[in-house]
Design a binder for this molecule. Structure first.
Ligand code: ADP
Length: 367
């Protein structure tokens, strides 16, 4: 297995479409790295440059210490699993899995051993004689993964491999691929637009937007310490709430004033916005860091928001409450047994320990 390095990588398509801009990334040996971002942000292009399916416009890519810019895909010793599986319809599962090895002139016995071993790992041994059309979506996906495993490549690349599966199968395959990663000890680079998939599978996550890497971090770091407002809003469901407002110094304290509510900032929060007194900032707080004031132990009136409930969504273990301050809408995750009715006025407590502030212009986090 191998380390994969991207150094100042650009992809410029004809017509001056800058699909990837100055990407720098080191994927460690045996690491599972997920590229995530909205559609069109450059994830697939990045992956396809690593695979060699797309030329690199500028920069370098190294796999296992070798610069591969000009190495054709078949000689990069990597295996790619596609969203549409790309199985040969007229070949059996066995032949689909064996095909790549046969092309590379592996001895028959070795091919047989590798195919059966991969089939066992994936639990598809009884399907080896079937044709792709006789398989379910999940089974086809396993065959596509199997075809990658038999090659024993230096790295695995996955391009939205679960997008064509139904929700339940997606969750199941998600855990299977994670287990496979552990079992094979393989370097894996995985592309998805689904932040839940990214959070649950990745050792580290690369968040992209408009061709630019926004942040590279572990799932928890991304969640707790987003580098900017985009990452903060992209990771987490329901997403982080944002409020525009101004920073004001008053009565010896620092306040965030939204217009309908004023928050008295503690020392830590005040330090973050110290350079922004008299200016606009964006205040961010996650839905789980807002509590029903009736249950709160924090009685500081400077930590409270009054809002009107617009929608209540019971989720079983909790409720999602959609609120309106009169100026901004936001979401709180309250306890399943908290009382919440539409049109009711409610008082909420903000956990300022978990508050985030962003530059209103650049969106960069204030630290
Ligand atoms: P993602 O995988 O994040 O959805 P892509 O990497 O497929 O995004 O695309 C990134 C950007 O590059 C998009 O704006 C897309 O329209 C553009 N793009 C992708 N492929 C081509 C191509 N062959 N020619 C021109 N533009 C392309």
């Amino acid at each position: 297995m191998a380390k994969v390095i991207l150094q100042n990588v650009y992809k410029i398509y004809p017509g001056n479409v800058m699909a990837v801009r100055d990407a720098n990334l080191e994927i460690e040996d045996q690491e599972f790295v997920v590229l995530v971002g909205p559609s069109g942000c450059g994830k697939s292009t990045t992956l396809r440059m690593v695979a060699g399916l797309e030329e690199i416009s500028r920069g370098q890519i190294y796999i296992d210490g070798r610069k591969v810019n000009d190495v054709p895909p078949k000689d990069r010793d990597i295996a790619m699993v596609f969203q549409n599986y790309a199985l040969y319809p007229h070949m059996s599962v066995y032949k689909n899995m064996a095909f790549g090895l046969k092309l590379r002139k592996f001895p028959k016995a070795e091919i047989d051993q590798r195919v059966r071993e991969a089939a066992d790992i994936l639990g598809i041994r009884e399907l080896l004689e079937r044709k792709p059309k006789e398989l379910s979506g999940g089974q086809r996906q396993r065959v596509a993964v199997g075809r990658a495993i038999v090659r024993k490549p230096k790295a695995f690349l996955f391009d939205e491999p679960l997008s064509n599966l139904d929700a339940k199968m997606r969750v199941q395959m998600r855990t299977e691929i994670s287990k496979l990663h552990t079992r094979l000890g393989a370097t894996m680079l995985y592309v998805t637009h689904d932040q839940v998939e990214a959070m649950t599978m990745g050792d580290r996550i690369v968040v992209m937007k408009d061709g630019i890497i926004q942040q590279v971090a572990t799932p928890l770091e991304l969640y707790d310490q987003p580098a900017n407002q985009f990452v903060a809003g992209f990771i987490g469901s329901p997403p982080m709430n944002f409020f525009n407002g101004s920073v004001v110094q008053q009565n010896g304290a620092t306040w965030f004033k939204e217009g309908t509510f004023d928050l008295c900032l503690d020392e830590r929060a005040a330090a973050k916005v110290a350079g922004y007194v008299g200016q606009q900032v964006v205040f961010g707080v996650r839905p789980e860091d807002i509590q029903d004031a009736r249950r709160a132990t924090d009685h500081d009136p400077g930590h409270r928001i009054r809002a009107t409930i617009e929608v209540v969504e019971p989720m079983g273990a909790e409720i999602f409450v959609y609120l309106n301050t009169g100026r901004n809408t936001f979401i709180a995750r309250l306890g399943a047994h908290d009382e919440a009715a539409v049109d009711q006025q409610i008082e909420l407590v903000i956990n300022l320990q978990k508050a985030h502030f962003f530059d209103a212009g650049s969106g960069e986090v204030l630290v």
